[in-house]
Design a protein around this ligand. Sequence first.
Ligand code: ADE
Length: 418
Amino acid sequence: MKYDIKNINLAKKGSLRIEWASNNMPVLNLIKQRFAKEKPLKGLKIAACLHVTTETGVLGSVLKAGGAQVFIAASNPLSTQDDVAAALVKDSKISVFAIKGEDTKTYYKHIKAVLAASPDITMDDGADLVSTIHSGPASAHSNIIGGTEETTTGVIRLRALAKAGKLRYPIVAVNDALTKHLFDNRYGTGQSTIDGIIRATNKLLAGSNFVVCGYGWCGKGAGLRADGLGAKVIVVEVDPLRALEASMDGFRVMPIKEAARIGDIFVTVTGDINVIRKEHFKIMQDGAIVCNSGHFNVELDIAGLKKLSIRKKIIRDFVEEYILKDGRKLYLLGEGRLINLAAAEGHPASVMDMSFANQALCAEYMAKNYKRLKNQVYKVPEDIDSKIASLKLRSLGIKIDTLTKEQKKYLSSWEMGT
Ligand code: ADE
């Protein structure tokens, strides 16, 4: 079995941590039991490009229980948990190609290594796997029947590929399931972003000006949780509707050029490039902290920051101190990569339970339905989404009501009014 990881001797620690995550992933465990009986993925090779975390470890074991052969590359150079990579190789016999801190060349070498397995299904987080496939000749991976995509950024890239008429196989946008983005993007990113900032800096958030750039579901989560810790949240947006939402959620809204002057901590979660630029670093307060929790490290103009600086040093793990020509110091966290996975452990297992339940069930859906699907980006079927919500509720011991006959009739009629 081929693999490329940091150190196989870390496996024991990794397997205990995967066990801990699994204890908080009841929905995925139910799917695993069924998969073990029905083997819906029998004979299929799945190439995954995912953050190598304890939660991904649990997903890997579910796919294997379903009969698949699994190959995993990291979906970010800084997000790999090396002990998990070791446990997956040693205990689960999953081919993992991922080392925390790998350079860009190694990152793509690892992506190519999972593709060398000639996969039938791709499972992506950010669409680097799919974009690597589509940068090569169409003949190269013609046996792929379909894929899934985990995140907003990846879905945007795939829709662009499909719109250009170039997508070579059907892909399900897991991100767009309600049981994914309403929970993972909001509560997952919300908590893990704050977790990453605190683990990296040990700063007190209470009373600080906390600037959130982007008020999508991830930005909403980060704002909500920073607010909960007593920070004074400022939102930067380009979309009028989202800006209005932020304002009515109780936050100050202003352009980045104003926020830059007063922010103590800045987080970008927009999915776009160069959101905080040189001209903004120029006017920031001495001691300001800047980080990103969006998928790619493109949201901060780090080259611009470097140009303003005379030197930099690593002052703590995941904290780089940039000393500017005028003597001010600015702090960049996690090299501008997603801070929640670079300095913390990503989203907690109980929220990844739903995201990865979607991944497992959509892989099964693809295996069963690929023949009738076109080369398009598909929504997660509604029955999968609502099944996951019901299972999650049941696992939480939460019961809900059902409509009475009279209520159902009322909702399907038009006659009854004032
Ligand atoms: N994305 C965000 N958090 C994650 C986690 N814990 N595991 C895998 N992917 C993630």
